[in-house]
Design a protein around this ligand. Structure first.
Ligand SMILES: [Zn+2]
Length: 436
């Protein structure tokens, strides 16, 4: 009873991102989120997967009682998760599989950890590239899966992808060319505790995809007060120069593009929509979606998410990211995984290749910092804004066309370069202009 009053108090006073603790998980049947508008605006609950059937709602102890008193019809998703199929590989089996792949293909695979989860599980990352132990000047791509622990499909699909890329290196021309000219990072399980517990949140009941710095709320891009797994991902992102990425979820089938947190269009809106349509084009079930036209959606147009990884990734790190929902069932039967992989394999490979549609530069000198103002000159004339760069390197995924890049170093030195961005081909070590 005490917890229920605490919940009511939280509803009454707006709370910050870190305070939503997920103890109760329900699916509100046959309603739109507007039915609980005040509750949602209070920041004491989180929603997900809004559809014509209803929506998911997550909150502290007392949420179900609150819904009962309002006569809102729901079912308890935790009861469903209790019956989740037990035939999925364990965390230990996943680790074993990754270690075996890394040991078998050391020339292109490097397995490492970015740190330990709350319960001490390693957040394992695979780097796939030629010379994986060397930092090369190549565009950097990443796939992250299962930051929602109970959305398990992507964990298995990314493991299959890693294995296929490793085993076909040297024999499959498309994969070999991609691996030779790109630094690809894949993390099958960003929330291994959540997957072990068959729950959405991390072991401290924090939803990682509502936990990143939020520009709308004028958050600073600092790790202070965030979940451990969020902090580790933030630190990893700073250590790299990613320019294209995706994060995999489950619960429906759609490719979701930014922004999630606000209704204005992303400066590269048409381009991101094209990339998302490119993913769905090769995935028949996504493309035929009855909920989403063409199998894609703008994030905020679907429902507003604050603190998501997707928007944070671009706003703070110039890393264009989409969110891909892979399966209607968050936790399907393991025997269904080969079918999901078959539906997504070509899309996953195609999307990785799109990182080569971009332009950048690399200074021969070390530790050059500064900013670059990018202007598209054809086929349309458009200012794309100013972007910071560091460690002497910059690369950005861009629509096809011609660009001017006005580079200004912190020291005051400046120069202007012209670059062309072409679609549809993997460039030798990426499209970088060498600078002195
Ligand atoms: Zn999710």
């Amino acid at each position: 009873m005490k917890r229920f009053f605490a919940f009511m108090l939280m509803v009454a006073s707006a709370t910050s991102f870190a305070s939503v603790q997920i103890h109760e998980e329900v699916f509100v049947v046959g309603q739109k989120p507007e039915v609980l508008r005040d509750l949602i605006l209070s920041g004491s609950v989180e929603i997900d997967h809004v559809s014509s059937h209803g929506f998911e709602l997550f909150g502290d102890i007392g949420l179900k009682k609150y819904l009962d008193e309002k006569n809102i019809v729901y079912f308890d998703m935790k009861e469903i998760n209790k019956t989740a199929y037990a035939d999925f590989p364990t965390y230990e089996m996943m680790v074993g599989r990754l270690q075996a792949i890394a040991a078998k293909y050391p020339n292109i695979i490097r397995l490492f950890t970015i740190g330990k989860s709350v319960q001490g599980r390693e957040l394992l990352m695979v780097k796939i590239s030629d010379n994986p132990g060397v930092e090369e000047v190549e565009p950097e791509f990443k796939y992250i899966s299962s930051m929602h622990g109970d959305e398990i499909t992507g964990r298995e699909l990314t493991l299959n992808l890693i294995e296929e890329m490793a085993s076909k290196y040297g024999s499959d021309a498309e994969l070999t060319e991609l691996i030779n000219n790109t630094e690809i990072f894949i993390m099958p399980s960003m929330n291994p505790d959540g997957s072990h517990l068959k729950q959405r949140a991390n072991a401290k009941r924090i939803d990682l995809n509502r936990n990143f710095p939020e520009i709308v709320d004028q958050d600073a891009n600092t790790t202070n007060g965030r979940a451990l797994e969020t902090q580790l991902m933030m630190q990893f992102q700073v250590s790299r120069q990613f320019s294209l990425s995706a994060n995999f979820h489950g619960g429906t089938i759609v490719a979701n593009y930014p922004w999630d947190s606000r209704y204005d269009l992303h400066p590269l809106n048409d381009f991101i929509k094209e990339l998302s349509l490119g993913y769905s084009e090769l995935n028949p079930e996504m493309r035929r979606s009855s909920e989403f036209e063409g199998g894609v959606t703008n994030g905020a147009a679907w429902y507003v998410v604050k603190g998501g990884m997707q928007d944070w990734s671009y706003i703070w790190h110039n890393d264009l990211q989409i969110t891909i929902e892979l399966s209607h069932a968050k936790w399907p039967r393991f025997s269904e995984i080969p079918g999901f992989y078959a539906s997504n394999r070509d899309s996953m490979v195609w999307y990785m290749k799109q990182i080569h549609q971009g332009a950048g530069f690399k200074f021969a000198r070390g530790n050059v910092e500064g900013a670059v103002v990018i202007k598209q000159t054809s086929p349309v004339s458009k200012d794309l804004g100013s972007f910071a760069f560091n460690r002497s390197e910059f690369y950005k995924v861009l629509p096809e066309g011609s660009y001017t890049l006005s580079i200004k170093e912190k020291s005051g030195a400046s120069q202007l370069i012209n670059m062309k961005v072409e679609s549809g081909k993997v460039r030798g070590n990426g499209n970088y202009q060498a600078l002195n």
